[in-house]
Write a protein that binds this ligand. Structure first.
Ligand code: SIN
Length: 283
């Protein structure tokens, strides 16, 4: 295995760093994986340019960080179901991942991280935004922190993948295959404030896509506080924005980052492959 010298260049004040000097298609030493993990923990989302990975190499890289998840409601690649193809063709209007969220927070064990690899990108547009949820927590008042610390939120996949999902009613073209099902209405509970198991830092853990309400409250009762928190969580000063090129990779830590795929490239094609790494039950 070749010796790697990885350099890390932050791209914004809140989070995000570009890493160079590493070829992710090659078997990486434990030391190189350690450097990448340290960059992820320090910057929360990390980016790589000019990577040339086969699907197997993409899976192998993700696997160095944990078990890989198969998406329950979106069909993966026929020969590699752990790879989710995020595709929008020029004649489509709905994108995947448009709206702030952390991946699969409706699962008991949501994703640790996601590794998204760009195959085809629009000439302009199609950027992804990321928001640092440690900063979202740390900038709340002491009174709000104390109240939220004991609270639990209810998450589900109902809105994007339930039987009444907007996309389920949509008659236009869709190159991704979804499974809209009653199973998406199942609910799980997670703490509103979670503690990162590797860094011990607290973060806000609610999002507009999957968080329905607070435990023991109705959706209507929860809405004012939940709306406030979801707006606060993505204040511009907590974010960074990544401009994709073909063969770029973004690797984000879903335990402390929300992201939003911006749908501003109608008439152009965008194809990405995502590998999702299983995490632990939030605490
Ligand atoms: C996602 O939410 O995983 C998709 C992000 C993107 O396509 O930029």
């Amino acid at each position: 295995m070749a010796q790697q010298t990885i350099s890390v260049t932050p791209i914004a004040g809140a989070l995000g760093a570009e890493l160079s000097g590493v070829d992710l298609s090659r078997p990486l030493s434990d030391a190189a994986i350690g450097e990448i993990r340290a960059a992820l923990l320090g910057h929360h989302v990390i980016f790589f340019r000019d990577q040339h990975l086969t699907p197997e190499q993409h899976l192998a890289f993700g696997h160095r960080f944990g078990e890989l998840q198969v998406h329950e409601f979106v069909e993966g690649l026929a020969d590699n179901e752990e790879i989710l193809e995020v595709r929008k063709e020029a004649d489509e209007t709905l994108n995947f991942g448009g709206g702030w969220h952390t991946d699969v927070s409706y699962l008991e064990r949501p994703a640790l991280g996601s590794v998204l690899y760009a195959h085809a990108v629009p000439e302009y547009g199609g950027d992804t935004m990321f928001a640092n949820q440690h900063l979202a927590y740390e900038t709340l008042s002491d009174g709000m922190k104390a109240m939220l610390d004991g609270m639990t939120a209810v998450h589900s996949a109902r809105r994007p993948y339930g039987t009444n999902a907007v996309r389920a009613m949509y008659a236009g073209p869709s190159s991704m295959r979804f499974n809209f099902t009653a199973a998406a209405h199942e609910e799980v509970e997670h703490p509103v404030i979670r503690t990162h198991v590797e860094t011990g830092r607290k973060s806000l853990y609610v999002n507009r896509t999957f968080t329905l309400r607070f435990k023991d409250m109705t959706e209507a009762e929860s809405a004012p506080l939940l709306d406030y928190l979801c707006d606060h969580a993505v204040r511009p000063e907590f974010t960074c924005r990544f401009r994709w090129q073909a063969n770029s990779i973004a690797f984000w830590d879903n335990r402390c980052v929300q992201h939003n795929a911006i749908n501003d490239y109608h008439g152009q094609r965008r194809v990405m492959h995502r590998v999702t790494i299983e995490g632990e039950r939030p605490v």
